[in-house]
Ligand binder design. Sequence first.
Ligand code: MN
Length: 229
Amino acid sequence: MTDYVINPPAIASLAVEDQQARFPLRRVYCVGRNYADHAREMGHNPDREPPFFFSKPADAVVPADGDVPYPSLTNELHYEVELVVAIGKGGKDIAPQDALEHVWGYSVGVDLTRRDLQAQAKKAGRPWDLSKGFDASAPTHPLLPVSQTGHPSEGNIWLNVNGEVRQQGNLNEQIWQVPEVISILSQAVELQPGDLIYTGTPAGVGEIKPGDVVTGGIENIGTFSFILV
Ligand code: MN
């Protein structure tokens, strides 16, 4: 048994639907601009952009129900609803045709973004880290195993604020589908069990304020509802 000079931190984890046992989290990867209409709304040409990735800390994943705290240092917090892929079997240089064997399950989550800090970082040529990877920046519904979801390549994905539709897309609009995302990411890093991949958001991203009720979901995966406090 390893001795540590301080008490080791708890292992971050995500709930699994209808189970006591939780999914342990190692790393959290996110895909930027994976829906053409969202790439356009952010001022980019979706035809010419290979997928790119950024990260959040594993302990930024919190339940997408109850209260979610409004973060510090921002006056422009944005929601981005996303399909979340949980990796159950590791690998590197995974071929697209083998990629789905590495998936343990799926969920729906929100990539919360301090958009003002991101805009400043972009302008200054600085990293995005603290615009994306802050505390509680990934409210996420419990995971469902592949045995319950299959491998969704289409289905509605939506997000409402105070009952008003803000994002309404379909998984079949993803520029890079899950097998390609896993394959390309696994060329950059060796994937391991416990990794999550947030696969990008459809158009309609926008601001939320304390007191807003944020609801959303993905067809055949689940729906969530949280209050920003
Ligand atoms: Mn995102």
